[in-house]
Design a protein around this ligand. Sequence first.
Ligand SMILES: Cc1ncc(COP(=O)(O)OP(=O)(O)O)c(N)n1
Ligand SMILES: Cc1nc(C(=O)O)sc1CCOP(=O)(O)O
Ligand SMILES: [Mg+2]
Length: 216
Amino acid sequence: MAGRSEDVAPACRLYLITPPAFELIAFTQTLKAALGAGDVACIQLRLKDADDDTVLRAGEALLPLAQDAGAAFLVNDRPDLALKLGADGAHVGQEDMPYKDARKLLGPDRIIGVTCHDSRHMAMEAGEAGADYVAFGAFFPTATKEAKTQASLDLVAWWAEVMTVPQVAIGGITVDNCRPLVAAGPDFLAVCAGVWNHPDGPAAAVKAFERIFTNS
Ligand SMILES: Cc1ncc(COP(=O)(O)OP(=O)(O)O)c(N)n1
Ligand SMILES: Cc1nc(C(=O)O)sc1CCOP(=O)(O)O
Ligand SMILES: [Mg+2]
């Protein structure tokens, strides 16, 4: 999730969340096409209803695709599986393994992101503890998760102005609704349905996000 090699990197980059469930061989092809269509900073493997073996098999297949495309590969909820897979890191929520335990497990170099809902306080705590990014959401209605909080553009703008820890915006984001959010200044937009369910397909969505981020 570090900077890009181009001279001027866009201020905001795309962070993909995998679909909640998928058929692995078909999704491998879908992901390849999406990654080939434009800049993707990060992919989070998020399989809430899968057993460990399924998560590990998916991780083993998808991680090399992500890394070949220069995208970080993170595992949702399970720093232990991230370690087993040799992934770039993990994302933890407020009800998951606490950040400090995740850091102990993953060491100083792997990426750990923390869900902070709509809370400045949670985000400041996570940032001070050493989180690599904080995530705010949800920004729009979403069917992917029962999101309990609604985050505001003001929160994003404030964090961008005052803090240096990168911030991820998540929840119901699409190519059609993201412009005001991007203007508020998040470092990453995390998107699931807005990419995988785009009417013209995931590759078209990735391309469209890239155009928005680069104003091209
Ligand atoms: C980038 C990013 N932000 C927030 C979340 C949500 O995490 P959490 O609150 O733990 O909920 P689940 O995703 O585990 O249902 C996320 N996964 N990624
Ligand atoms: C995983 C997740 N976390 C959220 C939060 O608000 O913390 S919203 C969300 C769902 C993201 O998927 P989509 O892009 O399809 O809305
Ligand atoms: Mg979680």
